[in-house]
Design a protein around this ligand. Sequence first.
Ligand code: Z5A
Length: 217
Amino acid sequence: MQRRGRFITLEGGEGVGKSTNLALVADHLEARGLEVVRTREPGGTPRAEAIRKLLLDPAADEPLDDDAELLLVFAARAQHLARVVRPALERGAWVVCDRFTDATFAYQGGGRGIDTARIAELEAFVQRGLTPDLTLLLDMPMAAAQRRLEGRLDRDGGQRDRFERERAEFFDAVRRAYLERADEAPERVYVVNADQPLDAVQDELKSLLDGCLEAWA
Ligand code: Z5A
């Protein structure tokens, strides 16, 4: 019987290095002969990417209701799970995903203040027991992460998406909620200090991955 693949997620606030390190994680696994699917949330399929656009669109003429935001995140997730994540895991591929449901607890729970019990209900409904095998939480103070993004904002003409327009308190609440998630699930979530040179972050990630590969063999 085909062995199910593993599901690895990268989490953290904006600019902590999720995209950069997703490439490292996926390359490291591929170098060991594994089939790896690289994906992201919200998004990962054409329809889920269309929902992502709606979520990030800063159009000020119609503010997005917090509950509508939460439901859109889970609608995109349902589509992504059905079309990409479950089929890949079932055929034995490993899935490496930039953000997943911990982001919902952090942004919609911590940031927007939505009751986490309601988020957990949607998590159970949409995921039907599927959770990541490993989550790499890249953690660092928001101000330092934002400095990394300044160059990109200049390049994009200063255009900020709906989340990037939030205030510092929002991002502090997001970070606290992420760290609470890590405390609640220490067997799954590894907190990595992202506020160090990239080489040091990547050495830590590689040794974490090697430990997991050995434990899962
Ligand atoms: N969202 C939500 O609300 N609810 C949900 O359930 C989900 C998402 C799933 C889009 O996410 C938004 O969706 C997100 C929350 C919401 N909004 N916010 N904020 P996203 O993942 O696409 O957006 P993002 O977090 O803003 O991604 P990002 O800005 O691309 O950041 P990143 O991927 O973490 O960083 P990076 O691009 O890899 O690195 C940023 C720069 O830093 C880059 O120039 C790197 O070369 C540099 N870098 C990386 N690491 C280092 C180190 N160690 N030292 C120095 N420089 C570094």
